[in-house]
Design a protein around this ligand. Structure first.
Ligand code: F6R
Length: 251
């Protein structure tokens, strides 16, 4: 794992955008897989800026997304695909037929998940972006998810639903979601993990510097051969405290 610590959110977002730009410049037809949530918003703004300056183009890329709430209408702005469309897809030159949407088609959820999983395997994700939940979830793989899991229907944990409540208020937060599985995520050639803020400091330390444990889904990333962990200083604070203690003991 490569770790880089940046002084603040903006610097972290710029570093993550550099990583995406390098990938797209090296391989213009890269397959990307994107996260939603608050963490990557700065990264997406940087990518839009780079596109507007003519530095990168998404015209040949394919884009998947990690997960999606169930029970939302097709055009609900709180849906993850629609959010990505609003902050990124609609602002760059990505081709709509190269966007892959994980959606409950009301026909058969299992079939929709299987189709999505097959597409992921067919196109092979070159670069996959993850945020981390305070409970260690990656995508919507909540604590206890199997390492062998693939794209499927899941129930959201209470922690995850509580954290989304402001966004859905006064509506209830969906109880279920569709998500790429842990195995689907680990198939990506390169994984970029982005995390900021003090509230993530504990889980970042546990995930990357503690034992691999199914109760901390992100900890499995320790076994992936190409993970780039990009954080800001507050998110790195527990790791840094541990390193300081370790060095003090050695001295
Ligand atoms: C979103 C996703 C989630 C988030 C995680 C962190 O697509 O897969 O795992 O990355 O919940 O969310 P934020 O960035 O809002 O702290």
């Amino acid at each position: 794992m490569k770790l880089s610590i940046h002084p603040n959110y903006d610097a972290m977002s710029r570093a993550a955008a550099q990583c995406f730009a390098q990938q797209i410049l090296k391989k213009p037809d890269s397959t990307l897989c994107l996260a939603t949530g608050k963490t990557p918003l700065g990264l997406y703004q940087n990518l839009v800026d780079m596109f507007q300056k003519g530095i990168i183009s998404f015209s040949k890329t394919r884009c998947f997304h990690l997960d999606e709430y169930l029970e939302l209408s097709f055009d609900d702005p709180r849906g993850f695909f629609n959010t990505l469309n609003q902050v990124l897809f609609s602002k760059v030159d990505v081709q709509t037929d190269r966007l892959y949407r994980l959606f409950d088609t009301k026909r058969m959820i299992e079939e929709a998940c299987l189709d999505y999983e097959q597409m992921i395997q067919q196109y092979e994700i070159d670069l996959l972006l993850l945020g981390i939940g305070v409970n260690g979830h990656i995508a919507f793989n909540e604590p206890g998810s199997s390492w062998e899991s693939q794209t499927r229907l899941v129930s959201l944990s209470q922690t995850t639903r509580d954290r989304a409540s402001a966004e859905f208020n006064p509506d209830p937060v969906p109880i279920q979601a569709l998500t790429m599985g842990i195995k689907s995520i680990l198939r990506a050639k390169k994984i970029l993990v982005l995390s900021n803020g003090k509230e993530k400091a504990g889980i970042i330390s546990e995930s990357f510097f503690g034992p691999i444990d199914v109760q901390i889904p992100a900890s499995i990333l320790q076994l992936h051969p190409d993970v780039n962990l990009i954080v800001d200083e507050p998110a790195a604070s527990v790791i840094q405290e541990k390193m300081e203690k370790h060095n003090a003991i050695k001295l």
